[in-house]
Design a protein around this ligand. Structure first.
Ligand code: ADP
Ligand code: ZN
Length: 605
């Protein structure tokens, strides 16, 4: 066992001063030889929970991970921090493989990253039997659950691990919170012999905004214009075509954007992904095909041009922002068509009724979030089973720009009644025309001006009625027929019509105000730098870019933005001072002190 304390290793290898959240408890638990399931949101610092005890224990730590890109990234980051780590996967050549095995056999390797299918071969396990293994870490452990969308049959074999090696502790890690998935992990990987650490799901540094869709291209460009410029971001689109369009308009406006979708060749996709991972200040415009394994820490925004499928998908997608803990922003557009589209996707799925029902329930939960009466974060966290200590987070559009909701049962009844009286065969526009008493050709042809509901809703404008329709839909009182868009009344809708049920209407929040204040927050760290430090910061960024290119690793693996900001403030010009910078451990001090301190000294004069 390494004689340094966990705190010493944290400072020495990773350059951090303190543990975050439950890292310390988890690490102590593993070192005492016990199993752990760590459930933490993306960006909370899961990797450290097995990397640090792995470093403190004598033998080899075997890390199971589902994606080659994930493994490579972590291995590179460890190597730069001076830790002996390797990955064996389908890209490993025979010579390279022999070299890695030499290091494993002579005990110099500390971390071996492998895929589950590789590890669980009889040949591999026979070799593992002979090794001094101190820990197994199973990353993305939710892949073992058939419930989730990320199910990987190869993960099922990992159930054999604790039986074959009852004396080696196992840590499983995931960001997926739901109870069913957790139970499956505990049962399969540990036969329930495990201590679970669940950290709160709150990601307070991500500002949450939802904006009603009204010309997405214009809205996307407006959002970008309000940003400080030059930063990493992800724009999610529902279709390939839209992905291409969004990329094009961003490029035309001078942003550095790349597309990523299933219609591209594997090579093109990989090239764009590599660029995104290695080059700074890039916007990835992607369908959801892009996602798992993106652990770039300094993504500043995630922009959804369309509604995702569920709160789980949404939270995972926005969770890719702000892993470094700095202010970031999640901005989602959504409108009536999104609801219709999503319902259609679920109904068209090749799956049983139970699955479809759960799909609709999840969608409903996401719609309640989109139409939340107050604090979005509280709504979202409660859905995930967290019980936040506050009523208002102060960092969502509804907290920053609160709107009263008004009792609107009567308005709801008028609208539903108009749907009912026209045989549930017309879409939103026509029903809105009826209740506002607007004479159109269609209305006069069908004699709908003779209906008792014609013109009964003049207290609201046409636009306000559209909002009411959307909110009635979001809360499940009405649904829109997938083929023709005609509105149908649900059981709840009939209840409301009969006077049983509540419906509150929230006028659309004007988005402008919250956008500016969050943006300020997001750029704060850099804006707080005096202008001469700004300069230095930008120069340090370009130095980092050069070094990263020379070593062909992502820029953030050299240093995070946070480290560069700290450097720009502290301006270390000696070896020792350099060691005090955020994120500089002993090895990075050795590797980079000279280059950076000389660079800083030159740029001070
Ligand atoms: P996760 O796997 O949970 O999504 P990571 O392990 O990638 O998160 O960690 C996210 C970021 O937080 C990384 O940049 C990591 O270096 C940083 N980090 C982790 N633990 C600490 C800590 N105790 N202090 C400062 N930064 C930390
Ligand atoms: Zn809030």
């Amino acid at each position: 066992m390494n004689n340094s304390s966990a705190e010493e290793v944290l400072k020495d290898v990773f350059g951090f001063d303190a543990f975050r959240g439950k890292q310390k408890q988890i690490i102590e638990h593993i070192i005492s030889g016990e199993n752990v399931l760590a459930v933490m949101p993306t960006g909370a610092g899961k990797s450290l929970c097995f990397q640090l005890p792995g470093l403190m224990m004598d033998g080899l730590t075997i890390v199971v991970s589902p994606l080659i890109s994930l493994m490579q990234n972590q291995v590179e980051a460890l190597k730069i921090a001076g830790v002996a780590a390797e990955t064996i996967n389908s890209n490993t050549g025979p010579d390279e493989g022999r070299e890695i095995w030499r290091k494993i056999n002579d005990g110099t390797l500390k971390f071996l990253y492998v895929s589950p299918e590789k590890l669980m071969t009889e040949q591999m396990l026979d070799r593992v039997d002979e090794l001094n293994v101190s820990l197994f870490a199973i990353d993305e452990a939710h892949c073992i659950s058939q419930w989730g969308a990320a199910f990987r049959p190869e993960y099922e074999d990992l159930a054999l691990l604790h039986r074959r090696y009852p004396n080696i502790p196992i840590i499983a890690l995931t960001a997926t919170a739901d109870k069913g998935t957790r139970e499956q992990i505990c049962e399969k990987i540990f036969s329930d012999n495990v201590k679970t650490y669940l950290t709160g799901f709150d990601r307070p540094n991500i500002a949450l905004n939802v904006e009603i869709k009204a010309g997405w291209k214009k809205q996307l460009l407006k959002f970008m214009k309000d940003r400080p410029g030059n930063e990493n971001g992800i724009v999610y689109c529902l279709s390939r075509k839209k992905t291409e369009e969004a990329t094009a308009i961003l490029m035309e406006s001078g942003y550095n954007a790349l597309p990523y979708h299933a219609g591209m060749t594997g090579n093109d996709r990989e090239r764009n992904l590599n660029k995104f991972m290695t080059e700074p200040d890039l916007i990835m415009v992607a369908t959801i095909a892009f996602g798992m394994g993106i652990d770039k820490p300094d993504i500043r925004f995630v922009f959804h041009t369309d509604l995702p499928s569920s709160p789980e998908a949404y939270y995972q997608e926005i969770g890719r922002a702000g892993r470094d803990g700095d202010a970031s922003i999640a901005h989602m557009l959504y409108g009536l068509d999104d609801i219709r589209m999503r319902r259609m996707f679920i109904d068209n799925e090749q799956s049983d009724d139970g699955h479809k029902r759960r799909g609709h329930q999840r969608l409903n939960a996401l719609l309640s979030y989109a139409e939340a009466p107050e604090c979005r974060r509280v709504t979202l966290l409660r859905y995930f089973g967290d019980d936040p200590e506050y009523e208002k987070c102060g960092n969502c559009d509804l907290c920053q720009n609160p709107r009263e909701t008004v009792d609107a049962v009567e308005a709801g009844q008028k609208f539903i009644s108009a749907i009912y009286r026209t045989g549930q065969s017309f879409g939103v526009a026509h029903i809105v025309n009826i209740v506002t008493g607007k004479m159109t050709d269609k209305i006069s042809q069908l004699n709908h001006d003779m209906l008792p509901t014609f013109g009964v809703g003049k207290e609201y404008s046409i636009n306000e009625w559209k909002v009411i329709a959307r909110q009635l839909m979001a809360r499940g009182f009405i649904v829109s027929d997938m083929e023709y868009g005609s509105l149908k009344i649900t059981d709840e809708g009939f209840d409301l019509l009969r006077g049983n049920g509540e419906f509150r209407y929230r006028p659309d929040v004007s988005y402008k105000k919250s956008a500016t204040s969050s943006n300020k927050k997001s750029a704060q760290v850099v804006q707080e730098l005096p202008s001469e430090d700004q300069d230095l910061y930008l120069k340090l960024k370009s130095l980092r870019k050069e070094i990263a290119a020379e070593r062909s690793v992502p820029a953030y693996i050299i240093f995070s933005d946070k480290s560069l900001i700290d450097m720009a403030v502290q301006k270390p010009t000696s070896y020792d001072d350099f060691g005090g910078v955020y994120g500089v451990g002993a090895e990075k001090q050795k590797k980079f002190a000279k280059q950076f301190t000389e660079f800083i000294a030159e740029n001070l004069v």
